[in-house]
Design a binder for this molecule. Structure first.
Ligand code: AQP
Length: 340
């Protein structure tokens, strides 16, 4: 069993709820690729989380495979690290049930993501969406992972996972689940919708024009950027001039993140010009980054059996870690272990 006092394992998940977007790439995947250099990483395509909102059954399996292909194309190394679909390792659901019984309704009632995702039609949201944070706690704690790369929006869920770990340890009088640390990766990279600078870019947004998909071809990328919402003023020469201009701020932020430059430097070069020239430069930069990823994803998807084989191996390696930890949690709870 892992000694959580000395071990630093990273767990990260992404939902196969569509094609990964530029938001997923800049906010998560690119950081995961960098983490591989000095961490043991577990990368999970979280299909159990995805079905907390409706997914077409015929598309879900294909999207899971496509997400895995995209992650590999972005640089995730499935031989050095572990990459697998969540539903292939039963421990996630088993431990999540125990955690549902540890978590308190009051804790769940405070989760802002449920309120955001359920919206006004709360009564019609799935019970799964409500207990999503218990499953996320299980994702992490089934591996005794102690480090989780998160954006600001996920910090509340990590605190919830820590509360579960502590309450479990307290209730069963053990020191079994380790504390989890959020890994904040550089300045908050939050990519917003191309149609509305107040909304985040999402793979499940009904408008394809709102996002750049990692599989978009060069013409599509250029067209989406050309059509991206902006305002009638020229770009400012300093970041202070982006105040109250969410769409301009978003495009500058994307450029800065891709070029690995501070926004000041981007604006020093492009400030004072209209959006036409800047959008052209941005589209070029995007295509330079994304075209190789899209091509590699297509190449990988030409052999679905090979991707499935990689995921099968990943699931076996993941289960080898998660099963004994979950079995021990079940023993601590008092379930009758019949062996065999
Ligand atoms: N727009 C974004 N900017 C920065 N980071 C983002 N992430 C998602 N959108 C942006 C980060 O991507 C990781 C995986 O996200 P997820 O698939 O688990 O769920 P999500 O955050 O709900 O992402 P989407 O694309 O908006 O999916 P749907 O449409 O299904 O809800 C996370 O680390 C997230 O922060």
């Amino acid at each position: 069993m892992t000694d959580h006092r000395t071990h630093r394992r990273v767990f990260s998940g992404i939902q196969p709820s569509g094609v990964p977007t530029l938001g997923n790439y800049l906010g998560a995947i690119r950081n995961w690729v960098r983490l591989q250099d000095d961490h043991e990483c577990i990368f999970c395509v979280v299909d159990l989380h995805a079905i907390t909102v409706w997914q077409e059954p015929r598309q879900l399996a294909a999207q899971t495979r496509e997400m895995a292909a995209s992650l590999i194309a972005c640089g995730i190394d499935p031989a050095g690290q572990i990459l697998f679909p969540q539903s292939a390792v039963r421990a996630h659901a088993q431990l999540a049930w125990i955690f549902n019984c540890v978590a308190r309704l009051g804790w769940l009632n405070r989760m802002t993501q449920f309120k955001d995702k359920a919206g006004k039609d709360r009564e019609n949201a799935s019970a799964g969406l409500y207990v999503y944070p218990s499953l996320m706690a299980a994702d992490i704690l089934a591996y005794h992972a102690t480090r989780v790369p998160v954006g600001d929006d996920q910090k509340q869920h990590l605190e919830f996972a820590n509360d579960i770990a502590q309450k479990f340890n307290h209730d069963y009088d053990v020191d079994f689940f380790p504390p989890i640390e959020p890994l904040i990766m550089g300045p908050a990279a939050r990519v917003m919708s191309l149609r509305d600078g107040a909304k985040k870019m999402s793979k499940s947004d009904p408008s394809d024009q709102s996002r750049i998909n990692l599989t978009d071809d060069a013409d599509t990328v250029a067209l989406k950027i050309r059509r991206a919402k902006t305002d009638p003023h020229p770009l400012p020469s300093e970041p202070a001039g982006l105040e109250g201009r969410p769409e301009a701020r978003n495009l500058v932020g994307i450029y800065a993140a891709l070029a690995d430059l501070p926004p000041e430097t981007v604006l020093a070069e492009h400030g004072g010009k209209g959006f036409g020239a800047f959008k052209e430069a941005l589209a070029e930069l995007l295509v330079a980054h994304l075209a190789p990823i899209a091509a590699e994803t297509r190449r990988l998807l030409a052999d679905p059996a090979a991707i499935d084989a990689v995921l099968r191996q990943g699931a076996a390696r993941a289960a080898a870690i998660a099963d004994p930890i979950t079995a021990e949690a079940e023993r601590l709870v008092g379930f009758l272990a019949l062996g065999g």
